[in-house]
Design a binder for this molecule. Structure first.
Ligand code: ZN
Length: 256
């Protein structure tokens, strides 16, 4: 493994701009704001080599132009004209090598939060944007429960130890909801203790892992009897398939 590390730069209230860096260079994922990135790169004397975008929302791409004004770098993102700055428009199955770092990333189409949302996976990591969160999933702005179920299922096929870097620090609130769905889930109880300790010290709760999500995330656990039973109680009827279960708990969470 190359000699790099990943830094969580903060933007706005709860966004993370995931920043891969070594001693001299950096690449950023979803820079919603250029300012914290420029401040960090200047302070650390790093040169930007690439930008990655998972989806078109302003809190993920709003800093592209400001960074490109200083560093002429490639921008890897979805094939969606709503992100003007993308130089490499990517789709399911595409692969590319991150400049300088040499990490090969594969691209997955993971629509639901937005219709053109993609994930980047490689080097033991996945950048899941606003589709998969720790213990949660994104809102369905441009997609269906079926699409979210399919997108999450595909992410869960990555190796269990894959580190999950998502777009927001929502973990503690997500756990509160997940515990309403599954009060007897011991993994959730343990994670709540850990996540609160991290936040009390103003530290990120992320990255998660694919294994952790399988153990704690109600939107992934839609085949678990306890999750199905809770969804049935919320819906007031018997739900017969995982997509209907996901739809019910997504609706429940929207008003939680
Ligand atoms: Zn978003």
């Amino acid at each position: 493994m190359a000699n790099h590390e990943i830094i969580a730069l903060r933007a706005f209230a709860d966004n993370y701009v995931w920043t891969l860096r070594d001693a001299r260079r950096a690449a950023v994922v979803d820079p919603g704001d250029a300012r914290p990135v420029i401040d960090y790169l200047e302070r650390e004397k790093l040169e930007l080599v690439a930008i990655l975008n998972t989806h078109h929302h302003a809190d993920h791409v709003g800093g592209n132009a400001g960074l490109l004004a200083r560093w002429k770098v490639p921008v890897f993102g979805p094939d969606d004209e709503r992100i003007r700055e993308v130089t490499h428009r990517l789709k399911e199955g595409d692969r590319f090598t991150l400049p300088h770092f040499g990490i090969e990333f594969g691209v997955m189409d993971i629509p639901a939060h937005t219709r053109s949302h993609i994930a980047f996976h490689g080097g033991g990591m996945v950048f899941s944007g606003d589709t998969l969160f720790a213990v949660g999933c994104g809102r369905l702005f441009e997609g269906t429960p079926k699409q979210m179920h399919d997108s999450l299922s595909r992410l869960m096929q990555l190796p269990g130890e894959t580190l999950v870097y998502c777009g927001h620090e929502y973990t503690v609130a997500n756990i509160r909801f997940a515990r309403a769905v599954e009060p007897d889930n011991a993994a959730l109880r343990d994670l709540e203790i850990h996540a609160k300790k991290q936040r009390d010290q103003d530290l990120p709760t992320l990255p998660s892992t694919v294994s952790q999500e399988k153990a704690t995330n109600p939107f992934v656990r839609v085949r678990e009897p306890a999750v199905i039973a809770a969804a049935n109680r919320y819906a007031g009827k018997t739900l017969n398939d995982p997509v209907s279960v996901l739809a019910a708990i997504r609706e429940w969470k929207n008003s939680f």
